[in-house]
Design a protein around this ligand. Sequence first.
Ligand code: 5GP
Ligand code: MG
Length: 202
Amino acid sequence: MSSPIDLRDRDPYDVGQFEVPDGYREDLSGVLVSAGEIRSRVARLAEEVTESYRDREFYPVCVLKGAMRFHVDLLREVDLQGYGEGVVRASRYHEGPGSDTPAVNFPQPDAIAGKDVLVVEDILDEGHTLAALFEHVESLDARSVEAAVLFEKGKDRGPAVDPAFAGFRIPDEFVVGYGLDYGERYRDFRHLGVVDPDDVGD
Ligand code: 5GP
Ligand code: MG
């Protein structure tokens, strides 16, 4: 498996160097990863997923809603046929900000048994979300569980979780775009941008 592309020491692109919707321009302080870089890296991750799951009971699970674009773009490039797929909701903020234990909700829990589950997640920060998802998937009698994570923040993890497939290692900033939101905004932004939550709406 390839290591994630480490962008922690790369300066963000200037927002003015990309096409940015007018309403977003003043909220974003930079572009960390361009849409083209995301596309190229997702294609490589898809090759690795294809290779790894060729003779297994592949069952990708999209972590709603942030990973929706990554999930679709990844599976478009994965060269496997005849598999099922699922979704899961995991929210860390159900007990208010800072809660470590995410609420996990599978609409079709019975489909997991015996499957080689690939959790498709947008971003790994402290690891609580992925750890809870792994525990939940294992409790549903999956044959195996691994994760594909597009972005990873490099900071110290709480629980030890190690995604089998990881796209980019990024600096510890709050990022939006390519499916990731801040208050349900910016999911449609094509690149991965940085917002300063304190500045939004000023
Ligand atoms: P963890 O449990 O690993 O600390 O947090 C992972 C979850 O927090 C992700 O699934 C994502 O929903 C959210 N998250 C963490 N960092 C960011 C970020 O920079 N931007 C956005 N939009 N969500 C984030
Ligand atoms: Mg998430």
